[in-house]
Design a binder for this molecule. Structure first.
Ligand code: G3I
Length: 364
């Protein structure tokens, strides 16, 4: 079978994946031949170290056959970029729409990929009715019923859930470093405990993750952020809140505040000492502010990624890395209308220096 017919078949499979699951054995045989044709993949490199590599995607991207082929080649885990957030799932109060999440799960299952959920409780990306109802009623079932319904729908089928996302913000001035969100104003800090207990009850098999961004760079604000995260995790675990892992989002800037490897390494050692696992949940490297020379921007972004991943993957509590997308193809045009180049593959699905950096961090 030549590449063209493989590509044509993958396009049909990718389209079909939104409606039905082709024969797994055939998908497996096809995927292995595709990966052979393209050399070793990030999925394979990660698996060799008993780690995972994955990425975020959305259902419209799965209809792009070339992209779907690259996705099944490179990624061993999939996460919904936005279609499993409450704004999408519960647009109208009490009416749950799981179609997009189910389509992404079907695609992952068809291609032997693990699947993770993002995110059950966040202060953003909620349906327009939610915040007012929470403020008016202060009914904690608005939080726990949603977690139980959604985590229950996917029970036993997910690797992990980002149960609570971005609940920490020391700049809000609270002694506990928590974000002064509408969730916290309505229910106090215990909303986090309620969310994790509800998720554990609904899906005992899923790894439960606290996910946030701000622990990576070396500025004083990042020092404060890391201290607040550690304080939060220590106190939550003392209260026996069922948190299994810390999700480091890993949104970096090639030409901004740099990762401080010493500070990051010490922080992750502390996280590991709490008995938690670690995953990089949303890694990308933005190149705004870089020089006109694209190859120099790409190299700097790759070096930024490598410096970060070398520290994270050097910690034995780390279980894997996900990037927040696979290809630049779907990124909004960034700085001065320039094509953003934040991900491992370029818009034509060619491997970039960032791909090499991730491969190197996995030990290639
Ligand atoms: O493209 C669809 C359009 O077809 C549809 O009609 C419309 C209906 O609302 O939605 C459009 O999708 C938008 C999507 O971005 C496009 O990728 C969604 O509206 C929009 O909400 C969504 O924004 C996402 C944002 O989180 C809020 O959910 C971004 O994709 C996503 O990259 C961003 O990701 C967050 C993480 O969840 C948490 N960490 C930070 C990270 C970056 O902000």
């Amino acid at each position: 079978m030549n590449m063209l017919s493989k590509r044509a078949l993958l396009q049909r499979m990718a389209a079909g994946a939104l409606a039905c699951a082709p024969v797994n054995a055939f998908a497996q045989q096809l995927r292995s031949s595709v990966s052979e044709a393209n050399g070793v993949s990030l999925r394979q490199l990660a698996a060799r170290r008993r780690l995972f590599y994955g990425c975020a995607a959305n259902t419209s991207q799965l209809k792009d056959g070339d992209f779907a082929a690259a996705l099944t080649r490179e990624a061993g885990m999939l996460v919904a970029e936005y279609e499993m957030k409450r704004k999408t799932i519960e647009r109208k109060r009490g009416r749950f729409d799981f179609r997009a999440g189910d389509a992404l799960l079907a695609f992952a299952t068809t291609h032997g990929m693990a699947f993770r959920g993002h995110t059950l409780v966040w202060h953003r990306s909620n349906p327009s009715w939610l915040e007012d109802v929470v403020n008016d009623t202060r009914d904690p079932k608005l939080l726990t019923n949603y977690v139980e319904a959604v985590a229950g729908h996917y029970k036993g089928r997910l690797h992990s859930w980002d149960v609570v996302n971005e609940a920490i913000n020391p700049e809000d001035g609270r002694a506990d470093g928590l974000r002064n969100s509408f969730w916290l104003k309505a229910f106090g800090p215990s909303y986090i405990d309620r969310a994790f207990h509800a998720a554990r009850q609904a899906d005992p098999k899923a790894l439960l993750v606290y996910n946030d961004q701000g622990c990576e760079a070396g500025l004083p604000e990042n020092d404060r952020f890391r201290a607040a995260v550690l304080k939060f995790l220590e106190r939550a675990l003392t209260r026996r809140v069922p948190i299994d892992a810390l999700g480091l989002q890993g949104h970096l800037r090639a030409f901004g505040a740099q990762v401080d490897q010493k500070k990051l390494r010490a922080f992750l050692d502390e996280v590991k000492s709490l008995g938690l696992r670690i995953l990089v949940s949303e890694h990308d490297v933005k190149d705004e502010g870089g020089p006109p020379d694209m190859s120099l921007r790409d190299k700097t972004a790759a070096d930024t990624s490598r410096r970060f991943l070398d520290v994270v993957l050097g910690n034995s509590a780390t279980i894997g890395v996900l990037t927040w997308g696979l290809s630049d193809r779907y990124l909004d045009r960034g700085w001065f209308g320039r094509q953003a180049r934040a991900l491992p593959l370029d818009a034509e699905l060619r491997r970039k220096p960032m791909w090499q950096a991730i491969a190197g961090a996995f030990g290639a």
